[in-house]
Design a protein around this ligand. Structure first.
Ligand SMILES: [Zn+2]
Length: 562
């Protein structure tokens, strides 16, 4: 467990006289029969929407090697079931569960109507498949989810819910709450609170609820023994126990905008360190997923400084995880983007200097002058989008002097494309004042990097589904067996009759004899009895196939009383 890189393994081989195969089976991962094994903890870290380009820009910007630069490297294929260019929900489902799926699907198998040529699904359409977080929980490990987006956003959601539409934040939140994750840090509190209710934060803000099903999930968390915190100081004081820390009603701020708009929010590295501190108290180990959510949004916006700074914030979080791994052998850190976004490149068609004369200053200095994201800049601009105010605000916050022609170019681009003012500012300033080029406001489909700490990276380019198996194998949990335990078709598992009562369309309930199982929860009641039991997994309803999925345990109890 103390061994780390190839060289130290080789040296130890001589000393210990172990066979190469034995060591490789535990520490290497390649195609075929070699796997990771023997790890107590796994930390999965995703900078959403990027590739080596921002890694390179961030390295020059910082002036030194990043944490990810020091890790063992590999590459990952990113296509999803229906497209070469993936969406975040399907990409995350692949590395959370080991199954490729359809755009927008979370933790369920793909539809069959638009599969890529030659692609054969590995999961039934719309059927839930267990994530490595769920498998780790079933094995008695602690689990955690950290993001800078709403925690119901695609990447974190894929680890803790089973829903065919990533836009259903309320339903996703219900799955996440009832999935009994030990530590959750991020944004999105509005989806815990009933519509019409408000939560008053410790820093004086009022967060209005968005839930339309009448459920108060904040209260459910408190009833289940969770602490709830909404600011970084209260988070810092946590020393043990289960906790949800949501620091915004929706998404958290970009890393560089926190100082301007939300000083109560922790950084991604602070959330990661605290999550690790709390989760590591379980002697059985833990599985933690961390997402640098907004690298992707910066890519969508073609905002070079937002992308660079949020990637560095992600890298700081990776450093925190690797520092823990140094102190706690048996910890594997797997970091990788889900896909690239924006097509960021160093070098573009408009560079004034020859490409072989690009200095570090050409690349870095324009970004160093920018003190806020383009989105934050337009927020500072307010409703005055005049040429004069565009010139003044870009000068003030980005330290770039533009003339009236260029300000008009920004307004014209916005007019032509409908991209919005902040996207238009990023586009024109990137083109005219930086060495950074972009190809799209959407995602890209090329292979992305893999960064591994605590073991060798797998040889060659692996598929994103293999990442799920790597994580599961590492900590000795079985995704397929967990799916079989937690998500069986009620029609085959229940021996008697049952029905799905949709009297309350937002809260359907499976009824079989005296047994009642509400959908999207892990609970079970019995008609006429005033007690509730907790089940090992969620009850999931797939409306497209009109199928209910429950755990083997739930079916066993139903059949006992039916
Ligand atoms: Zn993504």
């Amino acid at each position: 467990m103390l061994l780390r890189f190839k060289r130290s393994i080789v040296v130890s081989l001589v000393v210990l006289g172990l066979s190469l195969l034995m060591v490789q089976s535990a520490w290497s991962y390649g195609h075929g029969d070699t796997k990771y094994s023997g790890f107590k903890n796994v930390i999965i870290m995703i900078p959403d929407g990027c590739d080596e380009t921002v890694q390179t820009v961030a390295r020059w910007y910082k002036g030194e090697d990043l944490q990810v630069d020091k890790m063992d490297g590999g590459g990952v294929k990113v296509h999803m079931a229906n497209s070469v260019i993936p969406g975040s929900a399907a990409a995350a489902t692949a590395f959370a569960t080991g199954h490729k799926t359809t755009v927008r699907f979370l933790g369920v198998g793909p539809r069959t109507t638009d599969l890529l040529t030659g692609f054969t699904p590995t999961a039934e359409p719309y059927a839930p498949v267990a994530s490595v977080i769920e498998a780790a929980k079933a094995a008695g490990k602690s689990t955690g989810i950290v993001s800078t987006s709403r925690v119901t956003h695609a990447t974190p959601a894929a680890f803790a819910c089973h829903i065919q539409d990533r836009g259903m934040d309320n339903e996703i939140m219900e799955h996440m709450v009832y999935n009994n994750i030990n530590v959750v840090f991020g944004g999105g509190a509005r989806h815990l609170i009933p519509s019409g209710n408000t939560y008053t934060t410790t820093f004086g803000a009022e967060w209005g609820g968005k839930r339309t099903d009448g459920e108060d999930l904040m209260q459910v968390l408190l009833d289940r023994g969770y602490r709830f915190v909404d600011n970084k100081d209260d988070m810092a004081e946590l020393t043990s126990g289960n906790v949800w820390g949501l620091f915004d009603d929706s998404h958290m701020q970009p890393d560089m905008d926190r100082q301007h708009f939300a000083t109560h929010e922790p950084s991604l590295a602070e959330m990661t360190s605290k999550a690790i501190e709390l989760l590591a108290q379980n002697d059985n180990g833990f599985c933690l997923m961390v997402e640098g959510s907004q690298v992707d949004w910066a890519g969508h916006a073609n905002d070079p400084v937002y992308m660079t700074r949020d990637f560095i914030a992600f890298d700081d979080a990776v450093k925190a995880a690797c520092d823990f791994a140094d102190q706690n052998p048996g910890t594997l850190v797997l970091a990788y983007p889900d896909h690239n976004t924006g097509g960021m490149k160093i070098g573009h068609y408009y560079t004034a200097m020859g490409y072989t004369e690009t200095t570090i200053e050409d690349l870095v200095d324009p970004l160093k002058g920018m003190t806020i994201t383009a989105g934050g800049l337009t927020r500072m601009m307010g409703s005055d989008t005049s040429v004069a105010n565009i010139i003044a605000t870009i000068s003030l916050y980005w330290n770039i002097v533009i003339d009236e022609t260029e300000a008009q170019e920004i307004l014209d681009y916005d007019e032509e494309t409908g991209a919005g003012l902040s996207y238009s500012i990023s586009h024109v300033i990137s083109k005219n004042h930086t060495a950074i080029g972009w190809t799209t406001h959407g995602h890209n489909g090329e292979t992305v990097p893999l960064w591994v700490y605590g073991a060798d990276a797998p040889a060659g380019i692996i598929d994103n589904t293999e990442l799920a198996l790597m994580a599961a194998d590492a900590i000795g949990v079985d995704l397929a067996a967990t799916t079989s335990d937690l998500y069986v078709d009620a029609a085959t598992a229940i021996t008697g009759t049952f029905q799905l009562d949709k009297t309350d369309p937002e809260n359907p309930v499976l009824k079989a004899g005296v047994s009642e199982i509400p959908m999207s929860k892990d609970t079970m009641k019995f008609t006429g009895w005033d007690w509730e039991i907790e089940l090992p997994g969620l009850a999931v309803y797939a409306p497209e196939t009109d199928t209910v999925y429950i755990s083997e345990k739930a079916a066993w109890i139903i059949n006992l009383f039916n």
